[in-house]
Ligand binder design. Sequence first.
Ligand code: 2AM
Ligand code: CA
Length: 262
Amino acid sequence: MMETEVKISDLLDVAAEAKKNCIDREHSLKITEKGFANYVTEVDVKVQKFIEEKLKERYPSIQFMGEEKNNDDIDFTKPVWILDPVDGTSNLIHDLQNSVISLALYSGQELTMGVVCHLFADEVYYAQKGQGAYLNGRPIHVSSTDEFSKSLISIGTSPYFKELADDNFDAFKKIFQNCEDIRRIGSAALDLAYVAAGRLEAYLEKRLNPWDYAAGVLLVTEAGGAVTDYCGGPVDVTKTADIFAGNGIIDKKIRRELLHWE
Ligand code: 2AM
Ligand code: CA
């Protein structure tokens, strides 16, 4: 199966069907703890199973990487779906209504498609390599803000790695003191979609997994923004990574002028 034969409309359809068929409060409260503060609900498992089956039917030769499975055997020289069935699982459990399905296609050693489907708002973000980023069919662009005082910055607290708290919160304090304000949304994919849509000037979080950020990275870059690691270097989207995304101006200024990381 060649990458060019994949249709973005199939990704949008499968995400919309999964949202319709698999999301309900009862299954959101059937929870298993995978690790400290790291939960999976029956909704996560249902959405992953549903999407994996549908994509396998339509594109049988494309490999599947998903948060709720073992991904040791993935060959990244060949096409791979990268799925987080629910990004924002803690939000889902707490009924905070900030959770998404995040689905990307990695092919030819790059991200070629990305979809972020909000589970509680009528918003679907998507992008294709070289073809721009869209929200419900309308083109989106990162913000043009270049002043700290007009910048809203979303932070990720890496809740599974409490040992990072001192370094993280030192940086967040500097950002908070210099920028308009900070936000903590709790879904990396949604944070990245909001950067792409120009609602946030930047977003940063350490030690994210490919399924948390893959689709969002393509949204941000196709919307004219930038995604790097914490030092401004490139991100290998097949691996766990520190992600610093933004409109390409404020993110760089924060790293250079506030945090001296670059
Ligand atoms: P999740 O909702 O799918 O668990 C919150 O800080 C962000 O970190 C969310 O996007 C969350 O995704 C993500 N995350 C989930 N599991 C993680 C893990 N084991 N390590 C790091 N980040 C994780
Ligand atoms: Ca998840």
